[in-house]
Design a protein around this ligand. Structure first.
Ligand code: FES
Length: 363
């Protein structure tokens, strides 16, 4: 039996390695020429200590100095000793450069381009050997804009198991990608994409989940929902609720997909709201006005938020107002302008920032 183990590095690069059920993660990584940190390889020093974000494994033999009981309970693990019992996602201490791996670049072709509104496009790409591109639901790729030297970061809106590679793209005045999509894009065009990147990905659903999306921040959450809907763990024992906020009615996209997921995922529900006071939507205002105490579950909740900086600040302010600290708060904030695209991914555990990474470009 083999398993896919995703090794997520501190700089947001993720590598995948195939591990046999009888071998350790460190041995399989070594065979794949991925230098994850290790020293004793005997469960004695703790140098290889990693954090398991999802999946099950046999922790192997080690001494308390390498990994305490408390750490093991929290999800820390020793790749030199552990053998997988399912696919795993591990946060590795160290950068991809240290591990001598780089994000891969793929040649893709435009398969479809649909305008969902006058400012949001759904772009589908295909690559020749789809099996060579693995990613976690919620991650993003850097797309090179054809005919320019600009690179833009976009989250997958499709689930990793699908053949299609889909992205939602919000236009920006004078933006490089906007110019390409509006004026020159055609089915069959070739472009390069590099990744996968980012630590904003779905973890095991161990408690109620609250998803918050602002505008095209809905994309990575769609990828997560697609995964929840189509994997064996797709019948979570805990409720998942999404609040999707936009500025104007025309910014509301992919509601049909959300309806679909509400029909196929146990306990998944969603609301949407529109900030514009002239909106015809039933719920108006901002996402924080539509979060209820039930969704917060006294803080025993994992929150995934993807939206612009103002939304992240508003939600943080809301936690403070309510005196709530979510058990886990994963967020990705993105700023889109005509000359840059920046993503910041942050992970907080019980209010403490445990991980942060910024990526983007200014071409
Ligand atoms: Fe020493 Fe893993 S390398 S405990």
């Amino acid at each position: 039996m083999t398993y896919q183990v995703a090794l997520s590095f501190e700089d947001g690069v993720t590598s995948f390695v195939t591990v046999n059920g009888y071998e350790t993660v460190a041995d399989a990584a070594y065979k794949s020429r991925i230098n994850i940190p290790f020293d004793c390889r005997d469960g004695a020093c703790g140098t290889c200590k990693a954090f398991c974000e999802s999946g099950t494994y046999d922790g192997g033999d080690y001494i308390d100095e390498a990994l305490t009981e408390d750490e093991a309970e929290k999800g820390f693990c020793l790749p030199c000793q552990m053998t997988p019992q399912s696919d795993l996602v591990l946060q590795i201490s160290g950068t991809s450069e240290m591990a001598k791996v780089t994000a891969k670049t793929y040649k893709a072709a435009v398969q479809d381009l649909r305008w969902l509104s006058d400012n949001t496009a759904a772009l589908s790409l295909r690559i020749e050997d789809r099996g060579t591109l693995q990613y976690l639901p919620g991650q993003y790729m850097n797309l090179a804009v054809p005919g320019t030297d600009a690179v833009r970061s976009y989250s997958f809106s499709s689930g990793p198991a699908l053949e299609e590679l889909a992205f939602l793209i919000r236009t920006a005045p004078d933006g490089a990608m906007t110019g390409y999509l509006k004026d020159g894009a055609a089915v069959g065009d070739e472009l390069e994409l590099t990744g996968p990147m980012g630590s904003f990905f779905l973890r095991d659903v161990k408690r109620p989940v609250l998803m918050l999306a602002g505008g095209t921040g809905i994309a990575p959450l769609l990828s997560m929902l697609e995964t929840i809907a189509t994997t064996p763990q797709g019948h979570p024992l805990h409720p998942i609720h999404l609040v999707y906020g936009v500025t104007f009615d025309k910014d509301l996209v992919e509601l049909d997909k959300l309806e679909h997921y509400a029909g196929v995922i146990d306990q998944f529900t969603f609301d949407y709201c529109v900030a514009d006071k002239d909106s015809t939507a039933e719920k108006k205002g901002y996402v924080t006005q539509h979060i209820t105490g039930t969704m917060l579950n006294d803080g025993d909740v994992d929150v995934y938020l993807c939206g612009p900086p103002a939304m992240v600040d508003a939600v943080r302010g809301y936690w403070a107002e309510q005196g709530i600290t979510p058990e886990n708060f994963y967020y990705e904030r993105f700023a889109v302008g005509s000359t840059s695209s920046v993503k910041e991914t942050v992970e907080e555990h019980e209010g403490q920032r445990t991980y942060a990474e910024v990526s983007g470009d200014n071409h």
